[in-house]
Design a binder for this molecule. Structure first.
Ligand code: NAD
Length: 495
């Protein structure tokens, strides 16, 4: 079915879209297949979504290509693209309470956070790129003198495939769709098979805002089928992906093996926090706690590796433990809840296995370490600290993507940097110190695309985001994020 009814907290019985959104229309899957999703707070099955096939991907690409050549791309004024994005942002803001309720229901995040962070930040991202849409400029260059000159055009790349994960379903939708559409691209976006609900819900708002058919298409489906068909499609010009490193690698290979489409990858992380002995312990603990326990640790820049200078190690851990035990664990539908369940049974078990491997390898479980006792059928894992860890432990080397901090002490700045940079990842890092020269040295030496000093996890649509090393290729957000959806043409004139 292209629409189904569900019970939404505070809204009662609500009809939600569950079909494919192609060319501004709701359609069934070409082979009538579907997949189901689970409510992570209860473990109960809650909706069936149409599964987009390779044929459906073809249909969406045809619609997107047609729009790109006729009603979008270079056929529409940039001010018109801006106006449509502003309109969509207004519609989302008006409908924020319901969108947040659906996001909370599908992903398990607390309703207040879904509304005040996920929806609000998505609206802000749309507005940021609406504001940038008419500020794309080229250059004029006259190296050749006389009547010859060169100008550059920043043209939209074309039809873009976008593949997103389940941890921030709505925000990742905004990070992908807003810059692409602002630049004049048409998109085919595949939400995660675990959390397709809000990306689909927004489609009716896309139509209401007045976007021409084919500009924004949403195809729910599995990674290995729908995602792979997008990555391999010969008429998709670019694929933008957020998710795990192994999947990023697969997508890069598929892109290379097909039409060598452009690729941007936002992948995982294992972000180091360096706490030096001049730092304010309470303040540092509060930022680290927020960085790991926000979204129950399911965050690519989770503050998951903590290194503390010897003299303050135990004191810092005591402060952090108090914050772990103060997390507002509970039902996502409650305003007070800040710590919801993990997304799935598989993710819950994976996180518990990492904790167990740390325990077996000699880590000290300072707090947490198990399922939340009141989980019922839901997938909660307690906020957990593994202390006294060693660099070769699995829980230290690999991304856990759950509410687990690993912690160890260090003696010198040199040792701290060595520990911090001893990873394949390079998404984010932080340094806590009251020594300004040390802050300048250490921030420069950390291998990461984002480095925070005496704070953590503050993001803004205007600030570039992306990874060093295996944490990704390219940057999203800011003007870099807009550039990533354009290509530069140098026009040599001889008039
Ligand atoms: P995942 O890589 O399994 O899935 C992400 C998306 O890719 C989903 O939509 C999935 O259907 C799709 N996919 C899976 N296999 C595919 C294939 N062969 N071809 C094309 N698409 C395919 O990741 P996940 O489990 O959803 O998310 C968790 C991981 O994502 C973590 O490792 C986390 O660090 C990372 N992540 C990174 C960022 C970032 O901004 N860097 C943000 C969120 C999550």
């Amino acid at each position: 079915a292209i629409k189904q009814e569900i019970e939404v907290p505070a809204f009662g019985k609500t009809s939600v879209p569950t079909g494919l959104f192609i060319n501004n229309q709701w359609v069934e899957s070409s082979d009538s297949n579907s997949f189901s999703t689970i409510n992570p707070a209860t473990g109960e099955q809650f909706l069936n979504f149409a599964h987009a096939t390779k044929v459906d991907v073809d249909t969406a690409v045809t619609a997107a290509r047609k729009a790109f050549k006729t009603t979008w791309g270079m056929n529409v004024a940039s001010t018109e693209r801006a106006a449509l994005l502003f309109k969509l942002a207004d519609l989302m803001e008006k409908d924020a309470a319901k969108i947040a309720a659906l996001e909370s229901l599908n992903s398990g995040k607390g309703i207040r956070i879904a509304r005040d962070a996920d929806v609000a930040d998505s609206v802000a991202c749309l507005r940021y790129y609406a504001g940038l849409a008419d500020k794309l400029h080229g250059q004029t260059i006259n190296h050749f003198g006389k009547e010859k000159f060169v100008y550059t055009l920043h043209q939209p790349i074309g039809v873009c495939g976008q593949i997103i994960p389940w941890n921030y379903p709505l925000l990742m939708w905004a990070w992908k769709v807003a810059p692409a559409v602002a630049a004049g691209c048409c998109v085919i976006i595949k939400p995660s098979e675990l959390t397709p609900l809000t990306a689909l819900y927004l489609c009716d708002l896309v139509v209401e805002a007045g976007f021409p058919a084919g500009v924004i298409n949403v195809l729910p489906g599995l990674g290995a089928t729908t995602g792979d068909a997008i990555s391999r499609h010969m008429d998709i010009d670019k694929v933008a992906f957020t998710g795990s490193v192994p999947t990023g690698r697969r997508i890069a290979i598929a892109a290379a093996e097909s039409n060598l489409k452009k690729v941007t990858l936002e992948l995982g992380g294992k972000s180091p926090m360096l706490i030096f002995d001049s730092a304010d312990i309470e303040e540092a603990a509060a930022w680290v706690a927020m960085g790991i326990w926000f979204n129950s640790g399911q965050d690519c820049c989770a503050s998951s590796r903590v290194y503390v200078q010897e003299a303050i190690y135990e004191k810092f851990l005591t402060a952090l433990k108090a914050k772990a035990e103060a997390c507002a664990i509970g039902n996502p539908a409650d305003e007070a809840t800040s710590f919801g369940p993990l997304i799935s049974e598989g993710q819950r078990d994976k996180v518990l296995a990492y904790i167990e491997s740390g325990r077996q390898a000699g880590a000290r479980v300072l707090t947490g370490g198990q399922k939340w006792p009141q989980s019922g059928g839901g997938y909660w894992v307690e906020p957990t600290i593994l202390a006294d860890v060693k660099a070769d432990m699995k829980a230290v080397k690999e991304e856990i993507f759950g509410p687990v901090i690993v912690a160890a002490s260090f003696k010198t700045e040199e040792e701290a940097l060595e520990l911090a940079n001893n990873t394949e990842y390079g998404l984010a890092a932080a340094v806590f110190t009251n020594d300004a020269r040390q802050a300048t040295r250490v921030t420069a030496a950390l291998d990461a695309g984002t480095v925070w000093c005496n704070q953590y996890a503050l993001l803004h649509a205007g600030v570039p985001f992306g990874g060093f090393k295996q944490s990704g290729i390219g940057r999203e957000l800011g003007t870099y994020g807009l550039d990533a959806y354009t290509q530069v043409k140098a026009v040599h004139q001889n008039l």
